[in-house]
Structures are given as C-alpha cells and as structure tokens.
Design a protein around this ligand. Sequence first.
Ligand SMILES: [Fe+2]
Length: 296
Amino acid sequence: MDTLILAFIIMGTAIMLYDIIRYIIFLKSTNDVLSYGGKSDKIWRAAGLVLLIFFFLAYLFVAIFAERNIVVALILFFGSIFVSIMLILMFKLLETVKTRSLDIAKVLISVIDARDPNLNGHSLHVQRLTMLIYKYMPRYMRAEINPISLEYASLMHDVGKLGIPEAILNKPAKLTDEEWEIMRTHPKIGVKLLQPLKAFDDIDSWICYHHERIDGNGYYKIPEKEIPLASKIISVADTYSAITMRRSYKAPKTHDEAVRIIKEVTGTQLDAQIVNVFLSIPREEVEKCMPEEVKY
Ligand SMILES: [Fe+2]
C-alpha cells in the first residue's frame, strides 16, 4: 500500500512540474495573442504561477516529510491531472481564438478587395511581405513589435477604403485633387472602423500612419521620428506589392524593377533600415508572398 501511495504522490509531483512549464509557455503565447492592458491582468497571471509553484512545493513536502495516506495521495494526484486538463482546454481555446479572429479579418479583407478590383489580393500580399520582413529583422527590432498585432495591422491596413466611394476607388483615370483629398482619409477611416475592437488598440497608429514618408511628406505630414516602426515595415511591403501587382491601369513590374524603384525612394519615402532588411531576404521567398490566385 505504501508503495502505491508513494507512486501516486511522485506521479502527481511530476505532472505538477510539467503543468508549471506548460503554464509558463501559455503565458508567453498569450502575450502575442491577447492584449493585457491593466495592471490587474499581470497580477492574475503572476498569481496563477505562484499558486502552481506553491502546490508543487506542497506535493514535494507531502512526498518527503508528511504522513502519507491514500486519500491525500489521490487528492494530490487528481489535482495535478485537473490542472493538466485545464491547461489543455486553455491552449485549445487560445488556438481557436487565434484562428477564428484571423479568419474573420480575412473575410473582411476580401470584402474590401472585392469592392476594388485593383486590390485583388493586395492586403494578403502586404501581410505576407510584412511578416517576412519581420522574420528577417534583427532581434532587437523584433522585440519592439508584437507579431500578432503586426499580422492584423498589415492585413487590415487598407480597411478604411470601405469608407471611400467606389467611383474614386475604381476610377480608371487619374484622381483629381479633391478625390485625392478623400482618398487620403482612408487610414483615419480604418482607425475609426477598428475602434470598437479594444484588442486592436495598439495597432491604431500603425494603420493610421502607413502612408507616411520618411521626409515628412506623407498623407498626414508626420515627422520621421513619430512614425511607428510597424508603419515603416507595412509601408515597404505596401510599396513592393503596389509595384509588382497587376492594376487595371498598369502591367505588373518584375522583382528587379521593384527593387530598383524601392532603392530610389529609400530615405525619402521609405525607411533605410527596413529597406536593408527587405533587400537581405532571398528573392524566392519574397516572390512566394504573391497570393496564389493572382500569380502571373
Ligand atoms: Fe493604404
């Protein structure tokens, strides 16, 4: 009997140690998915970890010092199993939230793209290029940006085009000054549309400033130092996508032509540091970002 009791306690202790590791992984992965604004969120997260460690130490104490009996052993063993089940469910929930919200964003984007035949997969192209640039950025730059937020911001950078009349979006000729004035409002309309989604708070300015230029002559004339790093990345991806995709008024340009143009506007329109990262990416990887349905 004593051996059985000890076996349950040892198994419970081992499972609890595994639970602590899984809980730490869970905390790290939720950092990228959920936004933790308030102080209380951090306290709850830390409290969970402290309690798990406390239970682990209690298991060890019972295993080594306390008087062992089968009831205590079973409570400890099934307690650790319960924590494991909760963690499995939390991971599943996290995965579902992540996939579903990105899927919903993709549906929304296909609505925008459908209104403007010239967009034809542009948002998805920009998202893929942005995340590729992010992957190749040095670690210290990556640390400044939440990759999940960047994924959403790049996918939805043009969501504000929903507020632009189709006659302007689809105009086959050059836009008049007045029409350009309306077109320039799309980043701010995008921010307004996303306002009810509190989880997207941190990407507001990224979307708002995706047409800003390093020389301060962008849509809203924002000086370089105030342009968020994420907006600078989206801007490089957006420029490459606009050059290499087919439009009703122009044929698609090749990768080499796009690189030449991007180099020309580096330092005036685009950020030199981000362009350098972009140019360091192998050509095949950049070309693979073109959405399948619009590959030429
Ligand atoms: Fe835009």
